[in-house]
Design a binder for this molecule. Structure first.
Ligand code: R5P
Length: 292
């Protein structure tokens, strides 16, 4: 297999190539035409080869680059193209909330799958999006990568900031053999949330080191409010761990002010990226498609 790393996922792509037994690895040449249009060019002898294109899509430029890379790989005569989208943008618009809206996750799933033989992604916002790719699609989880890291840290208890994250925190609790509970969350608007302790019985956390576990940190609002709530109730220390660290605007600084440590995986390049999903992605590639 050859691995090509798009500009949003260069380091992770290189880690994946190492996990695939030092598979040949390359990065594209990119420039903009005078009118602003994007130009990409890939190197290497890809004819008849299996090629893995790795590119997260946290913004429109990254998405466009991915589509152009897929076409370049096809033009180069690859036998099969496996597209790895570690962070799949637009996944939150996974249904039509108001009349006149698109189902963005479905639209982009179709387009990304067009020149792919298979798609691999990590912790999608909603599992239903996997069916939208129109080609075989696989979802890795960021939880094992975070667990490999947190196992080395003195964490006593795991907390999900909302009920939607129960499966994730439960899986982490099994891997680390630590108790867990979920907070009650009500979203006020895209920047503000209200969090409360559940009314059911929960493990005692006063004086303990709690790790908040979430799939994505965007504005940081959820984790900041969760950390403050736990602190008001006497928690000893709070860490935050997420698969996708978008950290918009000043999110990272706000998080650092209320937590002891922030961890994310490398699905997005950011200052908290301390756990790699490369082994988990390579495992899916090897299990499903062997190596060539
Ligand atoms: C919600 O469903 C997600 O699991 C995250 O809790 C949420 O998207 C985080 O967003 P923010 O960092 O903006 O609060």
């Amino acid at each position: 297999m050859h691995v090509i790393g798009g500009t949003a996922s260069t380091a992770l792509a290189e880690r994946i190539s190492r996990e695939l037994g030092n598979a040949p690895f390359g990065i594209p040449f990119l420039k903009r035409f005078p009118d602003g249009e994007m130009y990409v060019r890939i190197g290497g002898h890809l004819e008849g080869q299996d090629v893995v294109v790795v590119q997260s899509t946290p913004n429109d430029a990254a998405l466009l680059e991915l589509l152009l890379l897929e076409d370049a790989v096809r033009e180069a005569g690859a036998q099969r193209t496996f597209v790895v989208v570690p962070y799949f943008g637009y996944a939150r618009q996974d249904r039509r909330f108001f009349p006149g809206e698109p189902v963005s996750a479905r639209s982009l799933g179709r387009h990304v799958a067009l020149d792919a033989d298979a798609v691999i992604t990590v912790d999608l916002h909603s599992p239903t999006t996997l069916a939208q790719f129109t080609k075989p699609a696989f979802e890795a989880s960021g939880i094992p990568a975070l667990a490999r890291l947190l196992r080395e840290r003195p964490i006593d208890l795991l907390v999900s900031p909302d009920k939607g994250g129960i499966d994730r925190v439960r899986r982490m609790s099994q891997l680390l053999d630590r108790p867990w509970f979920a907070l009650e969350k009500r979203r006020i608007d895209s920047d503000r949330v209200e969090l409360n302790l559940p009314t059911t019985e929960i493990p005692a956390f006063a004086g303990k080191h709690v790790a908040l576990v979430d799939d994505v940190i965007t504005t940081g609002g959820t984790i900041v409010e969760a950390a403050k709530l736990l602190q008001r109730h006497g928690v000893g220390a709070v860490s935050a761990a997420c698969t996708h660290g978008l950290f918009l605007r000043d999110a990272f600084e706000r998080l650092k002010a209320v937590t002891d440590e922030v961890y994310s995986t490398d699905t997005l390049e950011n200052p908290a990226e301390k756990a790699s999903v490369a082994p988990d992605i390579a495992q899916i590639l090897q299990r499903e498609f062997g190596s060539k």
